[in-house]
Structure formats: C-alpha cells, structure tokens
Design a protein around this ligand. Sequence first.
Ligand code: EPU
Length: 417
Amino acid sequence: MEKLLIRGGVPLEGEIGISGAKNAALPIMCAALLTPETLRLAKVPRLMDVRTMTGLLERMGVAAHAPEPGALELTAARIADPRAPYELVRTMRASVLVLGPLLARCGEARVALPGGCAIGLRPVDQHVKGLEAMGAEIRVEHGDMIARAERLRGARIVMDLVTVTGTENLMMAATLADGTTVIENAAREPEIVDLAACLSAMGARIRGAGTDVIRVEGVAALGGAAHRVMPDRIETGTYLAAVAAAGGRVRLTEAAPDTLDATLDKLREAGARISVQQDSIELEMNGRPHAVDLRTAPYPGFATDMQAQLLALDTIAQGTAMVTETIFENRFMHALELQRLGADIAIEGNTAVVRGVERLQGAAVMATDLRASASLVIAGLVAQGETLIDRIYHLDRGYEALEAKLGALGARVERRR
Ligand code: EPU
C-alpha cells in the first residue's frame, strides 16, 4: 500500500493552482444521465473518485471521452443498465447521485444502499422521501434500492435536515418531472449552485439554487451543454491551513475566494494575513497560530470538510480550542492519529478539546478518510522529523497532484510504494 513520507518543520512558500471541485464534478457528471446529448466538462479534477464515477457511468452505457487533461465528454445516448452496484457505492457514497437522474430519464433505477462509512452513518432517507413525494415507488431488496416511476411529477418537499447530495439528487430528478418542484430547507453549498448552472445550460429551469428554497420547473427534455467545474474550495482551504500551520507565504490561483468566507475568517483569527483578489488568495503566516474555536455547520457555516485541517492547526496553536462537529457523528478519527504526533486532544461527545503544544514530532500514522488524511499531512508538515502516512489512497480520492503541489511550496514530501 502506498505511503507518504513527509520531512516536516520547514516553512512553505510559493504559488499553486487550484483544481476543479470534486464535490461539484461528481454530481455534474451524473447530470449527463439526463440527456442523450453530449455534456462537455472542463476543469474536471484527476482524482480516484472521478475515475470511479466515470467507470460507474460507463457500465450503464454512457460513452466517456477525455479529449485532453481536465476535459471530459459524457454522452448517455442510451442507458443500457440503470444500476449502481454495492462494490461501487461502498467505495464512493456519491454513487447515490445517479438515483435521481436515472429515475427521471429511465423511470427505473437500482442503486445499492450505501450503509455506514468511516465518518458516520450517513443514511439516504431524505433522498428517498423526496423522490417518493415526486411519485416514485422505492423498495429495498437484497441491499439495493429499487426505484420506479412512470414519470416523476413536481412536488413540494420539505427536507427534514440539510443534505447536500440529497438536494442535488432531487434537483436533478425534478428537471424532467411533470410540473414544478419546490425543495425547502435545501442545502446552500456552492457546489449546488454549480450543478444548477450546468443543468440550466442543459435547458433546465431552476431558481433559488444557493438559497434554502429551490424551485425547479420540469421540462420535457434536456440537451447537451458545456460547463467548467468550479474551483475546489476544500482543496483551497486545505493548502491555506497547511501554510497557516507550517508558516510561510502562499498564493493560490484559479480559486473562488467568495466560497471560503468561514474558513478565511478562522485563519485570520489564527493570525494569518490574507488578501483576496477576484480568483486568487494570498496568505502569509509568521509565528505560532492562535487557537481557534470552531463549530461545523451547513454552508455558509464552517464546513465539516475543513474541520480536520483546522484541528491540525489548533494542535500547535497558542491556547486551547474547542472544535465541535455537528454534521457527522464519527468525524474525529484523525484525533487519535494526531496524538501519535504529540498532539493533546480530548474528545468529549461531539467536541474535541485541543490544547496547543509547542511542537509535534514525526511518527508513523494511518489515514482513515479523505479529510482526516489531509489533517495528517498538515501535521506532518509541521512536525519535527519524519512522518510516514499509510493508506494514502484516501488522499488520492480528493486531492489532485498533492505531492507536486506541496513540492511547489518547498515541502519535502515523497510517495513510497
Ligand atoms: N443525512 C440524513 N439523511 C439523508 C441524507 C443525509 O440523515 O438522507 C445526514 C447525514 O448522515 C449527515 C448530514 O445529514 O449527518 C449531512 O449529510 P449530507 O447528505 O449533506 O452529506 P453528503 O451529501 O453525503 C456531501 C459531501 C461530503 C461533505 C458533506 C457535508 C459530496 C459528494 N460529499 O456529502 O464531502 O462532508 O456533503 O458537507 O458532495 C468529502 O469531500 O470529504 C466529503 C465527505
């Protein structure tokens, strides 16, 4: 299994380009199922999850073509097999995003129930509830959701809780439904706005994406379109947190600073000097960070996908920080690994109490999920000596060219096979 060796303790300095967003690219790729015409995407990140999603679409009969790096053309002329099997859903929960589009386009779908995952239970009851409100019949058989609907019809859906992929699934399903669908208590994440932009370019009629009430007027058919995937705000935040923790100066280009307000506020509170231009961000950090409290919340609150990285920063901060996770019930696996590097963290319920220590020391650690792995990389960059991170396939799911980008900042990072 591949490992990442980091020789930490050096400040970082340089410039890197931000990739397209994983969590925008995945739902947008599923939108290709809604039309027989070609969806042409640019800025698709080269990641394991994107390869997994491409494979899933291909086995359904979608033609996938990558004319150049970062470009992807998807054509679902005919959907031969509207099914997402457990092997794929288990490795990538986002596979559940095919459910809404398949039902809308084919009137049937068979998608494995995701089950548990490393960060918590993550059920899909809200996806099911919304599709049922639109007239679908869904039953579970042998671990699969079997869904049917002659033609979905518009409905008013009030989500019990804010769910990102749930909102995306319903929004996609509603584009081809008969009549108007209103999704209330919808997620407001920027990735939903990006998906809505792509669907609109395909001919969908959507209003309110980015607010908590989304209205979709169903149309008879969608067509092909071209769309550029938005910049990855979590990748951006991860590099900013890395430089805030290790010290130094960085300029991130091709970014979308306006999607990062909560993260930038916390990094400023930690002592970083940040300046923002239209599509780039500069951060400079001198000295030890100050401890920052945080509490995860749906957008525009502080992203759960940035919790682990800021927690890593807090481990070497001056003072004590309270980090509260409200979205996922088991998202502190990195805390135990960070303790191996000398961090002082106590978990009390859904809060981690992080007492900043003056320095971390390198050690062998294990990655448990994508963002937990990112926090170990940050800690490794700060730690004195060598940190060896095992199971870095988690990182490859969500960070494009990680070693090259960190290398461009002067970090001493190498992959070991
Ligand atoms: N939930 C339910 N029922 C549902 C759906 C969700 O109870 O039907 C609960 C979940 O268990 C969780 C909360 O609602 O406690 C929020 O989950 P959400 O559905 O919003 O998460 P998701 O859509 O499965 C996306 C991202 C995650 C990110 C979360 C929260 C994608 C592909 N994934 O997941 O990204 O953490 O939203 O912002 O967009 C990552 O990139 O590392 C990652 C895990």
